[in-house]
Ligand binder design. Structure first.
Ligand SMILES: NC(=O)c1ccc[n+]([C@@H]2O[C@H](COP(=O)([O-])OP(=O)(O)OC[C@H]3O[C@@H](n4cnc5c(N)ncnc54)[C@H](OP(=O)(O)O)[C@@H]3O)[C@@H](O)[C@H]2O)c1
Length: 265
């Protein structure tokens, strides 16, 4: 069942752009949902397990005078994507009287840190399912619902470019998403759909058990390696995504943009 803000509003302005963000109940996804709402977007917020957080995001977006709907989604469960896509179709019709949304942001995910030589097949499968197989097949199934022109933003990681211990599987699947993004950019270009990658550096969220947020030592270490002299916060990434999908930015596709303060240049 979906959670709906301002559902009573029936006059759907066809010019309002709609973004669908996976894992938007907290962290980078939440910050992006709020930022895009402030920029005039309506938002489909997905959450895996924290429905109450998603409800709060929907409420706050409603307070900004924008519309939002929350839908549950586990991106590692490809078998559930058909029902999810049907749900997106339903909320587009019910809430916006539309058949398509404008921007897909593949963001939701988890970290599993293991030393490469001791990594388990279970961790491998989990990371592939969430960060690559899920992104691949969810995008495949949602593309028919993306407007022309539209945009897809896939969230990778700085670690697909530079080394961090115990991140081999995670970083390799993020690298796979970067390659996929260039293929999608080529195939969807004729429809006017851009496909780009945002690769965050270390961002203080709940990710990796909130490790960065809780360790002053790690914060100082990352700041010392970073030209801009600090670690990242979710709003840094949200601002970059907002710039990438802004109305005037229609000729950038197939690109990877790192949002890391220039760490390890
Ligand atoms: N934070 C960093 O340092 C950093 C750096 C580089 C890249 N990234 C990437 O940025 C993205 C967001 O990370 P974050 O820092 O915002 O993490 P976060 O604060 O831990 O939030 C993760 C979000 O993803 C959702 N999620 C987790 N597993 C999911 C699944 N199987 N299906 C659907 N949604 C799922 C969570 O939903 P629930 O709360 O409902 O479970 C939550 O909304 C991830 O792709 C991550 O790899 C993060």
């Amino acid at each position: 069942m979906s959670i709906n803000a301002n559902a009573a509003t029936t006059a759907a302005a066809t010019s309002t752009r709609i973004a669908l963000i996976t894992g938007a109940n907290r962290g980078i996804g939440r910050a992006t949902a709020m930022r895009l709402a402030r920029d005039g977007f309506d938002v489909i917020v997905t959450y895996r397990s924290h429905r109450e957080e998603a409800e709060e995001v929907v409420r706050e977006i409603g307070q900004l005078g924008r519309r939002a709907v929350a839908l549950p989604l586990d991106v590692s469960r490809v078998a559930g994507f058909g029902a999810f896509v049907d749900g997106v179709h339903d909320v587009l019709r019910e809430t916006w009287h539309r058949e398509a949304f404008d921007v897909l942001i593949n963001n939701g995910g988890v970290q599993v840190a293991q030393p490469t030589l001791q990594a388990t097949p279970e961790a491998f499968d989990q990371l592939v399912d969430v960060h690559f197989k899920g992104v691949f097949f969810l995008t495949q199934q949602l593309v028919p619902l993306i407007a022309n022109p539209g945009a897809i933003v896939n969230i990778s990681s700085g670690t697909a470019r530079f080394y961090v211990p115990e991140r081999a599987i995670y970083s390799a699947v993020k690298g796979a998403v970067e390659v996929l993004s260039r293929y999608l950019a080529t195939e969807l270009g004729p429809r006017g759909i851009t496909v780009n990658v945002i690769a965050p550096g270390a961002v203080a969220t709940d990710f990796s058990g909130g490790m960065l947020r809780s360790s002053e030592q790690l914060q100082k270490h990352i700041a010392s390696l970073t030209p801009l002299g600090r670690f990242g916060v979710a709003d840094d990434v949200a601002g970059a995504i907002a710039a990438l999908v802004s109305e005037g930015n229609r000729f950038v596709t197939g690109q990877r943009i790192e949002v890391s303060g220039g760490v390890h240049l």
